[in-house]
Write a new protein. Sequence first.
Length: 189
Amino acid sequence: MRRTRAGFTLLEMLVAIAIFASLALMAQQVTNGVTRVNSAVADHDQKLNLMQQTMSFLTHDLTQMIPRPVRGDQGQREPALLAGAGVLASESEGMRFVRGGVVNPLMRLPRSNLLTVGYRIHDGLSRTVSLAADRCRRQREADNAKVDSGRFAPFAVLRRHALAGELVVSTGDPCGGTHDPAFAAMGRD
C-alpha cells in the first residue's frame, strides 16, 4: 500500500521561510531608502522655499528703492544708500536704504508711505524695517522672529518682518527737533 503525502517536509518549510524572510528584508530596505530620500527632498524643499522667500523680499525691496537721503539719530544727514562692512552692526556686509511702495490710501494712516529697510548678516541674513524714513531716538527698528533656524548658502536665516515699531505722531518735526531748512530740501515725506 502506498501512502500519499499530506503536507510539506521540514526542509521545504525552512526553504519557504528563508525565501519569505529575504523578501521581507528587501522590502524593508526599499522602504527605508524611500523614507530617507523623502526626508532629504523635504529638507531641500524647505531650504529652497526659504531661499525663494529671501529673494522675493530682496527683489521687492530693491525695486521699490528710492534715492532719498535720511536723517540719522543725531539729526545728521546720511546718504540714501548705505552699504558696506559693519553697516547695521552686520557681521560682514550690510546695507540700508529707503523704499517706497507702502500702501497708505489717501494718507489716512498717520504714517508715511516710505520705509527704511536694512539687510545685515547677523546669525544669518536678517531684514530690519523702520516705519519712519528718518530715524531718531524715539523711533526704533523692528526685528521680528526667525522664520527658520536652518542654514542655506549665503542667506542663512531670513527674519520675516511685520511692520512693527513705535509710531510717533506729532504736528511738528517727527523726531522732536527743530525744523532744518537744509533738511527740507532733501525731499522729506
